[in-house]
Design a binder for this molecule. Structure first.
Ligand SMILES: Cc1cc2nc3c(=O)[nH]c(=O)nc-3n(C[C@H](O)[C@H](O)[C@H](O)COP(=O)(O)OP(=O)(O)OC[C@H]3O[C@@H](n4cnc5c(N)ncnc54)[C@H](O)[C@@H]3O)c2cc1C
Ligand SMILES: Cc1cc2nc3c(=O)[nH]c(=O)nc-3n(C[C@H](O)[C@H](O)[C@H](O)COP(=O)(O)O)c2cc1C
Ligand code: SF4
Ligand code: SF4
Ligand code: FES
Length: 1023
């Protein structure tokens, strides 16, 4: 009796990643459960090869309806079988939910990762059981072989492959058909064929996956190639570290032999061909064709000079054709669908598709097959979901250890052989490692070169001697001992090794160094000149990433460690070494330390800002701030214009040293944006004022209501005996939108709006407010308007990950019910009787990538819509107001209307005049302004003491050695980043009470205990 077809096929992924995540156990559990429910005749469980989306494994795809389940465990199975396979109700909670979204995507074909892929080499992935030749045949397997053996001459086969434009996928990209022709025409018999499955690049797993998922596609390709070339014997070289691939290949070969598809008289055509599997010992250099052949012959796997090429003299001196696994897997497709069809995919010189293993810092790592010419950005962002934790994309290393880094500014680069080579990288075999802002490019070059050094066979001098020399220089730079001349030496060495090494390993090993030097030279210079590793990675100069990254050098690792031990006052003291405003920073700092925090690599970063606030608040509530002893004034008078964080910091530093520092402030209160920009609900003014008082107690005078440029000019200051001037006047001038109608009543300046409220509590808004922009000013304006009772919508032209405002502020705004319309841009404002009543907006779509690596928003034609509002707050950026310099015209001003200074010293072009903070950088952050104030104070001191302004840079080293707190493994397991206690939304309405309430003592200690104590790992920590 004919068996009834199965109602459902459960395709369980049996690729290496899923298997290591227990997919075989899941399969067994499925079979048992189906049996229990009596479903074994209706539902068939099939093991497939890798589906590519290894990140989400273990996977199960239900056919025919394509329902996709991910991250399964054995415990999920009874419920899944009961619900879906018995009762027909797919289980939502086991489906894939994209990061930051809530709704699951039921079908595989609707998941971003699988869209935009074109599967040729991977045509059978997830669709067949790789251990069953019948499955392959059912998907038209061996049809191309039949065609090649029965309907085509060897010459026609070669012509078809040549016309298809197929190029070798093993790295060099040599035209496959041309190579076959060389071998066919070469003198000598027998001729051999090799499949190169060595795949030694760290992070690459294309070839392994192809063999694991579809070994017959490789065999069929080789059979067709053998017929074209005239070979009877082939070798499949697979590294021994690929046990599953080896096992599946052995099974495939046995089955093909059984079916008469390998061996003698294949398909009765008189054609003979058979293969032998050779297991490689895992040396990268054995992937090089001449070394590989030596290894197959049983000799030492060392390359030899070419010519002669393998096509003339290969295995045992006979003509040999060697192709990569993926190259072979493409061949049946070309024979089946024809060269014309195949060559219609891809770019002019790079045809077809390419399989990439995308690993590193992307959200969805895995194996993707895309048409040649797709942009790098499309692969990284559209298919692989973008960068983990929405960090900044920095570069992608393509082509394995001997490839090169392509930077964010080249995200539009179409990926093909020529374009990648032009960018200094190469296709290689298709490894892609995505790199985020927390990766140090010098360290990365060092890492890859360490790999190639270890893999060099040592046969030729440039590679054997040159790579270690390059590594020595890189180590020197990483350790902060580098000199600028080292960069020239590195470049010279790299270029000559490239030109003179014997084989491809040496020829390409310098690529990571050359490309990082080309695109990230500034990072090398930072290590050399400033002893700075911007990514906070190089342990020899980085005490801990948090300490190293803090713009004013706060020893965060030490104070976090003291908090873990309950030593709160000591912890605050560590802050006060460098920071006069810890309570302020504990509330509004943009915390770059947390972005670099290594705890964030494994879980959530330590809540460093919250901890700082905790110790500052602890002091206030437990005895108050100790009064500051005034310093005796022994030095000259220095004038500071502006009392924002830059001015306050400079005043504090100068005051501590005994200068007679006077801060001139135009407004009625000191603090700059801290006082009249940032609202009370984030930064209570009594707290700000108490820290400003401590600065004043040092002897720093603050003259409010004293604008410089009106009654008192800078020249007057010098005349009054001030020996140096620091200009820290900020960037308060709001930028215009440049749209028709923006000058009508109802369009208000955000800075004026916030100032009015903060200083006099008298700002007014209407009922329906739209705020434009994505920075802190936009969010603060929106949240202020909401507190004043308005219904508020923020319009932002890009998407959430690109919003420059502090992440926490965006979250809070959303909680408060403020709507954010992403990808929206206002284009016109309309007034009735002179008053704003509506705006017209257009929707935006994300287009290609700009130089910063962000997608450019472009208007969507026909998407215009209108919004009725009575208040519009355009907060798209600010500029300095330099009118107070009126007529002087001697200070250099940039095209962005900011003051130009020497970035290292903050000295302007005028002697005795220094500038820093937003007036130089444009709108930035509190901490950057404080850093500028600190540097300016140091320079002013040197200037007045007649010393050179040149700064002496040192690696960061902790001053304090704090022993590690005791944390039991059980305790460590339970620790997690605490939520900041906050007012409920109801409690915030109509008032400006502080929203964040601060961590409790218990929460603070627990959080501090989570710190990994990176400082104990660093050179400084070990001293
Ligand atoms: C609404 C808003 C929210 C923000 N939120 C954050 C945040 O959460 N975190 C963060 O890190 N950054 C934030 N920022 C940015 C941050 O406030 C600024 O980068 C920082 O204050 C710049 O410091 P500054 O000292 O250079 O200038 P400012 O703070 O702008 O201070 C300049 C001072 O100079 C005075 N002045 C100007 N001209 C004269 C003159 N001719 N004579 C005398 N005095 C003069 C001004 O009155 C002002 O007091 C925010 C900015 C705004 C506008
Ligand atoms: C150091 C080194 C390692 C290589 N490793 C591999 C490899 O793992 N797999 C591969 O197919 N080709 C590798 N190659 C390229 C091979 O030498 C050869 O070009 C390729 O196998 C030819 O096949 P193709 O034309 O199909 O690309 C390597 C080359 C070098 C220099
Ligand atoms: S370049 Fe390096 S790997 Fe290649 S032959 Fe020379 S020493 Fe060996
Ligand atoms: S884990 Fe601790 S020491 Fe390391 S960066 Fe984070 S806070 Fe600093
Ligand atoms: S191993 Fe299962 S998706 Fe890759």
């Amino acid at each position: 009796m004919k068996k009834k077809p199965y109602r459902l096929h459960l395709m369980v992924c049996g690729g290496t990643a899923c298997v290591s995540n227990h997919s075989f156990e899941i399969k067994e559990a499925l079979e048992n459960e189906l049996k229990k429910k009596g479903l074994e005749e209706e539902v068939l469980v099939v093991t497939t090869g890798c589906n590519g989306f290894c990140e989400a494994g273990p996977l199960l795809v239900v056919k025919p309806d394509n329902i996709f389940y991910n991250r399964l465990t054995v415990e999920d199975i009874p419920h899944l079988v009961e619900e879906h396979f018995l009762k027909g109700r797919p289980v939502k909670k086991l489906m894939y939910v994209p990061p930051k979204e809530e709704l699951p995507i039921p079908k595989l074909s609707d998941i971003g990762f699988f869209k935009n892929q074109i599967l040729l080499a991977l045509r059978n992935r997830g669709l067949i059981d790789p251990e069953k030749i019948d499955d392959y045949i059912a998907r038209d397997g061996y049809k191309s072989l039949t065609k090649a053996l029965t309907k085509m001459t060897p010459e026609e086969i070669i012509t078809e492959v040549k016309n298809s434009g197929l190029r070798g996928r093993g790295g060099a990209g040599f035209p496959t058909g041309v190579k076959w022709e060389f071998v066919r025409n070469a003198e000598g018999e027998p001729k051999y064929l090799i499949c190169n499955g060595d795949e030694g690049d760290p992070g690459a797993f294309m070839d392994r996956s192809i063999i694991e998922a579809d070994p017959h596609s490789v065999l069929e390709g080789m059979l067709i190639g053998a017929r074209g070339i005239g070979a009877k014997e082939g070798f499949i070289y697979v590294r021994n570290e690929y046990p599953l691939a080896l096992q599946r290949m052995y099974i495939a070969i046995d089955q093909a032999r059984e079916y008469g598809l390998l061996g003698k008289d294949i398909l009765g055509t008189g054609f003979d061909f058979d293969v032998t599997v050779v297991r490689g010992a895992g040396a990268f250099v054995c992937g090089e064709e001449t070394a590989l052949m030596a290894s197959v012959e049983g000799r030492l796997g060392e390359p030899r000079p070419r010519p002669p090429y393998p096509a003339q003299s290969g295995l045992w001196g006979k003509p040999t054709n060697i192709n990569n696994v993926e190259t072979w897997a493409n061949v049946p497709v070309i024979i089946d669908r024809g060269a014309k069809w195949y060559s219609s995919i891809g770019t002019e010189l790079s045809k077809g598709t390419k399989v990439f293993s995308v690993v590193g810092k992307v959200k969805d790592t895995g194996l993707v097959e895309v048409p040649m010419g797709l942009s790098l950005g499309d692969i990284i962002f559209d298919i692989c979901g973008g960068i983990l934790k929405d960090r900044k994309f920095k570069a992608v290393q393509i082509g394995g250890p001997s490839g090169g880094c392509v930077p964010a500014k080249l995200l539009n680069l179409p990926v093909d052989y020529e374009q990648l080579t032009q960018a200094g990288s190469m296709m290689g075999s298709g490894g892609m490692v995505a790199i985020d802002e927390n990766t140090c490019m010098v360290d990365l070059a060092h890492y890859f070169l360490t790999f190639t050094k270890g893999e060099s066979c040592g046969k030729c001098t440039p590679c054997r001697e040159g790579i270690p020399r390059m590594l020595e220089i890189l180590s020197k730079i990483k350790e902060g001992r580098g000199e600028m001349e080292d960069l020239t030496l590195l470049e010279d060495l790299a270029t000559s090794i490239k030109a003179t090494a014997l084989c491809g390993l040496g020829n390409t090993a310098p690529n990571p160094v050359l490309t990082t030097l080309r695109y990230f030279r500034n990072e090398y210079e930072d290590h050399i000149k400033y002893k700075k590793c911007p990514a906070g990675v190089c342990n020899e100069i980085v005490s801990s990433p948090c300490h190293h990254t803090c713009p004013i050098g706060t020893e965060a690792s030490s104070y976090v460690a003291l908090i873990a031990q309950g030593k709160f006052k000591e912890a605050l003291e560590v802050n006060r070494w460098v920071n006069p405003l810890p309570s302020v920073c504990g509330r509004v700092c943009h915390h770059p330390c947390e972005i670099r925090c290594r705890a964030g690599e494994v879980a959530e970063p330590i809540a460093i800002r919250h901890l700082k606030r905790f110790i500052a608040d602890y002091e206030r509530t437990n005895g108050g701030r100790p009064s500051v002893k005034p310093v005796s004034k022994k030095y000259e008078k220095v004038a500071i214009i502006g009392s924002g964080p830059a001015g306050l910091m400079a005043g504090w530093e100068l005051g501590k040293q005994g200068y007679e520092a006077t801060i001139f402030e135009a407004e009625s209160v000191p603090g700059g944006m801290l006082a009249w920009g940032i609202p009370e609900y984030r930064l209570p003014k009594n707290i700000l004022n108490s820290e400003i008082e401590a600065i004043k107690e040092l002897g720093v005078e603050i003259k409010t209501n004293t604008p410089i440029g009106k009654d008192l000019t800078i020249d007057d200051l010098f005349k009054q005996g001030y020996k140096a001037v620091f200009i820290a006047t900020g960037a308060p001038v709001n930028m215009k939108l440049g749209i028709p109608g923006e000058d009508v009543e109802g369009v208000i300046d955000p800075i004026e709006f916030l100032k009015k409220y903060n200083l006099n509590k008298e700002a007014k808004v209407g009922q329906k407010v739209a705020v434009i922009g994505g920075g802190n000013t936009a969010i603060d304006s929106a949240r202020t308007a909401w507190r004043l009772g308005a219904e508020v919508t923020i319009l932002y032209r890009r998407t959430r990950p690109e919003m420059p405002a502090n992440e926490e502020e965006i979250d809070e705004a959303l909680k408060e019910g403020i709507k954010i319309d992403f990808l929206t841009l206002p284009i016109k404002a309309y007034a009735k009787n002179g008053k704003l009543y509506k705006i017209k907006c257009t929707r935006m779509a994300l287009g290609d990538f700009d130089k910063s690596g962000r997608r450019r928003p472009v208007p969507v034609e026909g998407s215009e819509f209108e919004m009725e509002i009575d208040t519009l707050i355009p907060a798209i950026g600010q500029q300095p107001d330099l009118t107070f310099l009126d007529g002087k015209g001697k200070l250099k001003i940039s095209k962005w209307n900011t003051l130009e200074v020497d970035p290292e010293t903050k000295a302007t072009n005028m002697p005795g005049m220094f500038a820093g903070g937003d007036v130089v950088s444009g709108p930035a952050t509190v901490l950057e302004a404080m850093q500028a104030g600190k540097i300016a104070a140091e320079s002013i001191h040197k200037y007045l003491r007649g010393e050179s302004l040149e700064r002496d840079y040192k690696p960061t080293e902790p001053k304090l050695e704090v022993p590690a707190a005791e944390v039991t493994p059980e305790e460590a397991e339970e620790l997690e980043r605490p939520e900041m206690p906050a007012l409920s939304v109801e409690e915030r309405k109509g008032n400006f009470k502080e929203v964040e309430l601060g961590l409790s003592e218990e929460l603070a200690i627990r959080e501090a205990k989570r710190c990994l104590r990176c400082d104990l790992e660093s050179k400084g920590g070990k001293k």
